[in-house]
Design a protein around this ligand. Structure first.
Ligand SMILES: C[S@@+](CC[C@H](N)C(=O)[O-])C[C@H]1O[C@@H](n2cnc3c(N)ncnc32)[C@H](O)[C@@H]1O
Length: 236
């Protein structure tokens, strides 16, 4: 893998990306957890929502459909999956901004304080522990003061059955990135990054393990700090 390709593709192997949407629909009870996630995010006309690891754009499209006035930005390091996302958004007639970048380098692409909501689905089980930490740090950094974080991903696998079913995902995506999720590290890492009010708001059992929805928010900064935090870092 070159540095540029240093990411786990949507279905674990580049050759399978074309089948991603079908696999997720069949294997994750997608409608249930995505609907729950969109309801929690509750997009509003004044929102700027950043979807980190947007993949084929399914979540970004649902958010934009729910609230066409909201600004929705999808970010992913994989140009192949972004091509699929672009095509889906065009076919749906939705103006979604798509950016090729990884979740650790959000600040290279977006101004600090642009998004008031940062969201992510099924991405953290693709990231090494170091990248989970760096991505959460980058998410916190780019969010407005008081802005909200919403994550859906395979989380703590609480029962023998869920742990066995999750093996299917682990065999595709690798154990190094997936096992910490199964061991329940995400809430602790979210808090460690500096988010407050970390909560696991629901757990959905699926044929490939349980998917958890998490929420948290960036602490409200004082007026002086906020002026600094929302100043653009670089002209983009
Ligand atoms: C399983 S897919 C999830 C896609 C989409 N969020 C969804 O809900 O269907 C994981 C995505 O994470 C992306 N990804 C992998 N490493 C990443 C990183 N370091 N930063 C951001 N996204 C990453 C992959 O390219 C892939 O599109």
């Amino acid at each position: 893998m070159s540095d540029k390709d240093d990411f786990v593709p949507a279905l674990g192997r580049k050759s399978l990306t074309w089948a991603y949407d079908l696999a997720i629909a069949l294997m994750t009870r997608e409608a249930t957890w995505r609907r729950g996630l969109v309801a929690a995010i509750a997009p509003q006309p004044e929102d700027t929502i950043l979807d980190v690891g947007c993949g084929t754009g399914s979540l970004a499209i649902m958010l934009k459909r729910r609230c066409p006035q909201a600004r929705v930005i999808g970010l992913d390091p994989d140009p192949d999956v972004l091509r699929l996302a672009r095509r889906k958004a065009q076919e749906a007639g939705l103006a979604i901004e798509l950016v090729e970048a990884d979740g650790q380098r959000i600040a290279d692409t977006l101004h600090k304080g642009d998004p008031n909501k940062v969201v992510s689905s099924l991405v953290f089980h693709h990231l090494s522990l170091a990248k989970k930490r760096a991505t959460l740090g980058a998410m916190l950094d780019v969010l407005r003061s008081g802005g909200r974080l919403y994550i859906a991903d395979y989380g703590l696998q609480r029962t023998w059955l869920m742990r066995v079913l999750f093996r299917m995902v682990q065999n595709l995506d690798g154990f190094e990135t997936t096992q910490p999720n199964a061991d329940g590290v995400l809430p602790g890492l979210i808090a460690e990054a500096g988010f407050e009010g970390v909560a696991e708001t629901s757990v959905v059992s699926t044929p490939t393990g349980s998917i958890s929805l998490y929420q948290a928010h960036r602490p409200q900064l004082g007026a002086t700090e906020q002026t600094v935090a929302t100043a653009p870092m670089t002209a983009r």
